[in-house]
Ligand binder design. Structure first.
Ligand code: GLN
Length: 482
């Protein structure tokens, strides 16, 4: 249920926020065993937060913007006093001593924290299959994955187990699961939202963002969590516009660029292509001008990302040494032995694979050939975008080459799994905002996502176009089976 409907429910049914929150917890109790979207729920704290909002309502006080909206948080984002596990044996018992800036802003805007959602271990993956808490299921077909790495967040929104969720996106982890689960997912401009309290994966790519039922809910959350933060020096000191105010502007004459290279890629599923091109026609009917643009380096994004992201990950994950915090092996006769055993036992296969790739790419003698070269291609990708934005206002691509795949399809084939990020990683490499919105279904009834990419800090443009599209298309007529 979106924010608007929930607010109406509170008003017309005359129920308290506490009752509403309890309804969500009962639904989680009955449905989540089939989905496994939550790692834990935070009932006691949620009830306290709800009672505070109820008091404000009773006293007719001015309510904060997200008052009473039940929100779930991906479990790689620190929530004070609550386990923040990154779905890893390494941090399974790690209780965060502080609150992330983004989640803290949600609570001070009146949002209610329902709990922490499942993810691929340390946000590395595209299927939520590498979690030490087990696989999350896609609410549209429980034999299928919800996407990843924010699969728990997307699945919980799609199954109605929260009103909205927060994810993190390093190479597509908000948008790809949003696409697989038929919901909205927004990755903001790099630096729009503070990364303070987000467990680092690849620091030059990571961003926190919303996963929601509607575009306007994404706009509300983005408004709440954006803005300068003294705790994150990469966070931009730029004014935060009220994204809600700009949502309903006409998109007549908006110039939308269709990236030629994406639509020509042999890995693009024909049904996805057809549905997204149908979306393009809708945009035309709504008055937008459609222009084909070339981004010759777009498809090199995936190779570039899979050098840069593991390199940064290998450096970031060096802190898990069995000494300071996290898992410590019982074995090990000396410091070196203890550290290597702790890392071998505490990290799963995919995380270890990334550390190995990254360490190799950064090692003396190889860093010029791999890491430095990848950085150069990254600049070329950014330049392609700069050129495109000289001709158009926003860009359009499918979000993913396919719809949700079956569990187990790629567990032994990481390279094929990585291809799932083909269309999402370029926006991270260039630091651009991008949103995935539902645009149709394949012949199995699985949702298809359309991606809009904006220029730096032009979230308002992609949100506006996405909102006009959403209202016109009303694609989600069918509902998830769960
Ligand atoms: N699927 C990509 C990866 O495995 C993206 C992950 C992410 O955005 N956190 O690296």
């Amino acid at each position: 249920m979106d924010f608007k409907s929930l607010r109406k429910e509170i008003k017309t049914k005359n129920i308290s926020v506490k009752e509403l929150v309890n309804e969500f917890f009962s639904k989680i109790d009955s449905k989540d065993p089939d989905i496994n979207s939550y790692i834990c729920t935070t009932n006691e704290n949620a009830i306290l937060q709800a009672e505070n909002i109820d008091k404000l309502i009773q006293n007719n006080e001015i309510l904060p913007p997200l008052a009473g909206m039940p929100i779930a948080i991906k479990d790689n984002i620190c929530t004070k006093g609550v386990v923040t596990s990154c779905a890893s044996e390494m941090l399974k018992n790690f209780v965060a001593p502080y609150e992330s800036t983004a989640s803290g802003k949600l609570w001070s805007s009146g949002g209610i924290c329902l709990g922490k959602t499942n993810l691929d271990e340390f946000a590395m993956g595209s299927s939520t299959e590498t979690s030490c808490f087990g696989v999350t299921s896609n609410p549209w077909d429980t034999n299928r994955v919800p996407g990843g790495s924010s699969g728990g967040s997307a699945a919980s929104v799609a199954a109605g187990l929260c009103a909205a969720a927060i994810g993190s996106d390093t190479g597509g982890s908000i948008r790809q699961p949003a696409s697989f689960c038929g919901v909205v997912g927004l990755k903001p401009t790099y630096g729009r939202v503070s990364r303070w309290g987000l467990v680092a994966f690849a620091s030059s790519l990571d961003q926190i963002g919303p996963i929601t039922n509607t575009v306007s809910d994404a706009a509300e959350i983005l408004y709440s969590i954006s803005g300068k933060d003294p705790f994150d020096s990469t966070c931009l000191d730029k004014p935060v516009p009220n994204y809600l105010n700009n949502l309903n502007k006409s998109i007549k004459d908006l110039k939308i660029g269709i990236i030629k290279e994406c639509f020509e890629h042999p890995g693009l599923n024909p049904e996805v292509k057809e549905s997204v091109l149908f979306g393009v026609e809708r945009f035309k009917t709504l008055g937008a001008e459609i222009i084909e643009v070339e981004c010759p380096r777009f498809n090199d994004g995936i190779a570039t990302y899979y050098v840069i992201a593991p390199s940064e990950a290998s450096a970031n994950l060096a802190r898990y040494d069995g000494v300071k915090y996290g898992y410590r092996s019982k074995e090990g006769s000396n410091l070196f032995d203890m550290t290597s055993k702790s890392r071998a036992e505490g990290f799963g296969d995919e995380v270890q694979r990334r550390i190995l790739i990254g360490t190799y790419a950064l090692s003396a003698g190889y860093s010029d050939a791999y890491y430095k070269k990848a950085q150069k291609v990254r600049t070329l990708i950014r330049k392609d975008f700069d050129n495109a934005f000289r001709k158009v206002d926003i860009l359009l691509t499918p979000t993913c080459p396919t719809t949700a795949f079956l569990k187990g399809d790629f567990v032994d084939d990481p390279l094929s799994m990585y291809l799932s990020d083909l269309l999402t990683v370029p926006a991270n490499l260039a630091g651009l905002p991008a949103i995935s919105i539902p645009c149709g279904f394949d012949n199995k009834g699985l949702p298809i996502g359309l991606q809009l990419i904006g220029n730096v800090l032009e979230e308002h443009r992609i949100l506006n176009a996405a909102n006009v599209f959403e209202i016109d298309a009303k694609v989600i007529k069918n509902k998830p089976i769960i």
